[in-house]
Design a protein around this ligand. Structure first.
Ligand code: NDP
Ligand code: GDR
Length: 354
């Protein structure tokens, strides 16, 4: 038997980069699907890429899009994957309120298109499928911690699109016998997290403020509570799901809760700044306790029309059945992200705005 072949959609994203690294280290041949972009969007995988004309290359990139059925069919046909990891999505919850139709198309129907490609090509019995499901499915369900049996109540166009993707994945498993699994992943971050998600927005700002490049950080809801883990741990869980004899759905989470406010405090503490909060609501500010300088302000524009107030996951099933355990704790995660953003500034690699 030859080496296993994986097809990863969303290869240029945070998880795509970490998963490709993991699978290449395990000896897989990895095919990644990227979108055409007018500027470079391959920063997270450049270190893995080699000229395909060289010998022994095991990592290949293809152009594609979740909204293009014929493209997805051709890619599944040409790459003949043993495992498909469907990570591609318009993944920003806030942005999904502004692009609800596109988000439904790419995140919901995009998943159907890929599953249909597998079925049309007669691959349901010899190709395994991972769907990037999310804790956003739980929305504002008033049950904590959330596990695989907790009902879903999504609160955004993103969450609703992912709900369709979750159930269509279950349906292809039940109707066609496809080895298809949903990973219900809670927030996971890293130094390569997209710059507009709250953790990375904070760590970039902390680095910029600490080096005199930015005055203040503007945020929305400071009281939102999330279960933040590290992407490196979570891609390992994705792979483990597809190695099981039977497909199933699993929560991956740390079980530890922190608020956005707590993340801000932890990130500033990393550069020796203690934050003191003053005022309330949209008037609330975060001050440098030593100097009284205002470092954090509220911009109501970052509030979402419907918010998900508190997510905490229970990953007992993944622990028991997959032997999966998150290794990187909250404090270590924040530390790695802040240090990485400081190093980027030092190396002159920072740019753009959140
Ligand atoms: P990112 O936003 O970092 O990456 C998303 C990837 O999808 C990028 O490669 C992006 O391409 C690609 N993409 C977006 N739209 C399309 C499209 N129409 N066609 C093809 N590709 C597209 O997300 P993450 O890596 O953080 O997350 C990976 C997956 O896991 C996503 O589906 C996300 O919704 C889900 N998820 C993430 C969690 C997290 O905390 N990170 C938690 C739970 C689920 P480009 O680079 O060109 O924009
Ligand atoms: P989330 O992540 O919505 O949980 O989705 P995000 O980091 O965007 O928001 C987390 C919480 O922080 C609050 N918040 C802000 N968020 C952003 N982006 N910017 C701000 O300025 C800001 N201020 C406060 C938000 O309101 C929210 O409560 C992520 C994505 O990766 C999804 O794709 C994934 O499915 C879920 O995690 C699990």
């Amino acid at each position: 038997m030859g080496d296993k072949i994986a097809l990863i959609t969303g290869i240029t994203g945070q998880d795509g980069g970490y998963l490709a690294e993991l699978l290449l280290a395990k000896g897989y041949v990895v095919h990644g699907v990227r979108r055409r972009s007018s500027s470079f969007n391959s920063g997270r995988i450049d270190h893995l890429y080699r000229d395909p004309h060289e010998s022994g290359v095991r990592f290949f990139l293809h152009y594609g899009d979740q909204t293009d059925s014929s493209n997805l069919i051709r890619l599944v046909q040409e790459t003949r994957p043993d495992e498909i990891y469907n990570l591609a999505a318009q993944s920003h919850v806030g942005v999904s309120f502004e692009t609800p139709e596109y988000t439904g198309n790419a995140d919901g129907l995009g998943t159907l298109r890929l599953l249909e490609a597998v079925r049309l090509l007669g691959r349901t019995q010899d190709c395994r499928f991972y769907q990037a499901s999310t804790s956003e499915l739980y929305g504002d369900i008033q049950v904590w911690p959330q596990n695989e049996l907790t009902p879903f109540r999504p609160r955004s166009p993103y969450g609703v699109a992912k709900l369709y993707a979750y159930w269509i994945t279950v349906n292809y498993r039940e109707a066609w016998g496809l080895h298809a699994s949903n990973g219900i992943l809670f927030n996971h971050e890293s130094p390569t997290r997209g710059e507009t998600f709250v953790t990375r927005k904070i760590t970039r700002a902390v680095a910029a403020i600490a080096t005199g490049r930015q005055d203040a950080l503007y945020l929305g809801n400071l009281d939102a509570i999330r279960d933040w883990g590290h992407a490196r741990d979570y891609v390992e869980g994705m792979w483990r799901m597809l190695q099981q004899p039977t497909p199933d759905d699993y929560v991956l989470a740390t079980g530890e809760e922190n608020s956005v406010r707590g993340f801000v405090e932890a990130a500033f503490a990393e550069v020796g700044t203690r934050i003191e909060w003053k005022g309330s609501g949209v008037e609330e500010t975060g001050l440098d306790a030593a100097t009284g300088r205002t470092l954090v302000r509220i911009d109501p524009g970052y509030f979402r029309p419907t918010e998900v107030p508190r997510l905490i996951g229970d990953a007992s099933k993944a622990r028991e059945r997959l032997g999966w355990e998150p290794k990187i704790k909250f404090k270590e995660l924040v530390q790695e992200m802040v240090q990485s953003d400081l190093a980027r500034i030092g190396a002159g690699r920072d740019g753009g705005h959140s």
